[in-house]
Design a protein around this ligand. Structure first.
Ligand code: WQD
Length: 324
């Protein structure tokens, strides 16, 4: 079996590429290396890198050629912009690249008669849900262009299913952190764990955006999932698509357990052996007080559940940074 992984040199994509090649499958990585790193996908005879920007006008044709030439039977599509603030400032970049890129990917799959597609969606589709545990049945209500492009992407998958008989899965990621292998670590400093580690390395104290939320310690609660667990969810989704019955096409990927910002800081303090005295900053606009997922559907349908807790997530991120 051969899988084409678009954005496979990225942080999460490369974890999936590693799992697939470790189980003996051939992988064609398509990546423009704008944020992806060649080093993440080197070293296996089963993995080939094709440099290609899937947002270019000729990308659908080039991708269809790659699909046919490789005999790939499935596609996993990661390549996208993922910064909420940037999406608010430059929505056209997100429309063009996130939506346009997916349009090219789906057109190529239709052309090359590849039916199975796994798509990176996001908890950002839910916006600011006022529930304890977010289930997939909750109607999405994104509050920024990033989340909107992910929700539109899910509609596009449904349209492609109807038009071309495709079989698709959208995985709605919650807060991803940690590294399964140090060389696959998140090198961007955009989310809480890398931001805090970066501040500590510079001898600065991290900032907590608001401590007056209606939560037990006043700080925001999120569902942190290990990149290695998330990668396993993609492999489970692929196996599901390759099987017979397929009642669902959207799954939350998280642990079902919430951790507050202060709990994350405590875990980082333990893992680094550093004392952390955070600066309390104002609330960040658009932050829900709590965003934790129900994992019932993915556990029951894909047989997947996270096996790493917050301490393991943070420890793996700290170790990867030390070795970098
Ligand atoms: C986590 C918590 C912050 C930095 C984002 C996207 C979401 C998804 C995951 C991709 C929040 C707090 C942060 C800091 C802090 N992305 N924080 N000090 O916003 O939950 O989710 O990434 O699909 O769509 O919105 O993640 O890591 O930015 O923040 O107090 O310096 O940490 O307020 O409560 P977020 P995050």
């Amino acid at each position: 079996m051969t899988t084409l992984v678009i954005g496979g040199a990225g942080y999460i994509g490369s974890h999936v590429v590693r799992l697939l090649s470790d189980r003996g499958e051939r992988v064609i990585v398509v990546d423009d290396l704008s944020t992806g790193l060649r080093a993440r996908v080197e070293g296996s005879d089963l993995v080939e890198l094709v440099e290609l920007d899937v947002t270019r006008p000729d990308a659908a044709e080039k991708l269809a050629f790659q699909l046919r030439a490789s005999g790939a039977d499935a596609v996993i599509h990661f390549a996208a912009h993922k910064q909420v603030g940037q999406s608010v400032a430059k929505p056209e970049l997100y429309w063009h690249d996130n939506i346009g890129g997916l349009a090219n990917v789906l057109a190529a799959c239709a052309n090359a008669e590849v039916r199975d597609v796994v798509f990176s969606s996001s908890a950002a589709v839910y916006g600011v849900p006022d529930v304890d545990l977010v289930t997939e049945d909750l109607t999405p209500a994104p509050i920024n262009p990033y989340g909107a492009t992910k929700y539109v992407g899910e509609w596009m998958l449904a349209d492609a299913e109807r038009a071309h008989g495709m079989r698709t899965v959208a995985l709605r990621y919650f807060n991803v952190a940690g590294a399964g292998h140090p060389e696959l670590a998140d090198t961007a400093v955009m989310n809480l764990v890398p931001i805090v580690l970066d501040a500590l390395d510079r001898g600065e104290q991290p900032r907590v955006f608001g401590d007056d939320y209606d939560t037990p310690d006043g700080t925001c609660i999120r569902d942190y999932v290990h990149a290695e667990d998330l990668a396993e969810a993609h492999v489970a989704a692929l196996d599901y698509l390759r099987g017979e019955d397929r009642p669902h096409r959207v799954f939350n990927v998280g642990t079902g357990t919430g951790s507050s910002v202060l709990e994350v800081l405590d875990a980082i303090a333990r893992a680094t052996g550093t004392e952390i005295t955070p600066e309390i900053a104002p609330r960040r606009p658009g932050d829900p007080a709590r965003l934790v997922c129900s994992t019932d559907r993915i556990e029951e349908t894909l047989g997947w559940r996270a096996t790493h807790d917050l301490d393991e997530i943070v420890t793996s991120a700290v170790q990867a940074r030390r070795l970098a």
